[in-house]
Design a protein around this ligand. Structure first.
Ligand SMILES: [Zn+2]
Ligand SMILES: [Zn+2]
Length: 166
């Protein structure tokens, strides 16, 4: 079993570098283009792929991991799912996306996924993603704010959007 070989010290090293918030598990060590990485037995792994493999076994050839939470350095396996490259590259009419997306009524931080709180860019590619969270996250990424800050900022933006409607 391939998965067996990586149980043990690598997991401890991994966990020591993760900030376990109530929602996302944030990688706090080195990143490349927003994605965390670390070395295991001389191999460099993207950490979300590593933890997925560690938890669920090898990723079938050619499949990608998509973050439902849109947080690139999140390593919470519950926030990930496997997609084909085509789905990842935004195929709005894919059956998989419409079923998955239609079932989502709220974002992970509890905001309603309804206009105007939907990212226009994501909508164009067939995804319903929380605009308030997307804006808070991009600022947080820029300034290095933590999850608590994102929740607060996203809530504030969401409330402003709601007020603008009433
Ligand atoms: Zn997450
Ligand atoms: Zn949200």
């Amino acid at each position: 079993m391939r998965a067996k070989q990586i149980i043990g010290p690598p997991l401890e090293r991994f966990q020591a570098k993760v900030d376990y918030t109530d929602t996302c598990h944030l990688w706090t060590s080195r990143t490349f283009r927003g994605y965390g990485y670390f070395r295991v037995s001389g191999e460099t792994w993207l950490v979300h792929r590593w933890i997925w493999t560690h938890t669920n076994g090898p990723i079938a050839d050619g499949l990608h991991i998509d973050h439902l939470c849109e947080v690139k350095n999140c390593v919470n396996v519950a926030h990930m799912h496997l997609v084909t490259p085509l789905e990842h590259c935004h195929q709005p009419h894919s059956k998989w996306i419409s079923k998955e997306q239609a079932a989502r009524t709220h974002c992970l931080r509890g905001h309603k996924l309804e206009a105007p709180n939907l990212s226009p860019y994501q909508l164009r590619v067939g995804k319903r993603k929380c605009l308030s969270c997307a804006r808070a996250r991009s600022l947080a990424g820029h300034y290095g704010h933590d999850e608590a800050w994102i929740q607060e900022d996203a809530d504030r933006r969401y409330n402003l959007l709601e007020e603008s409607l009433s």
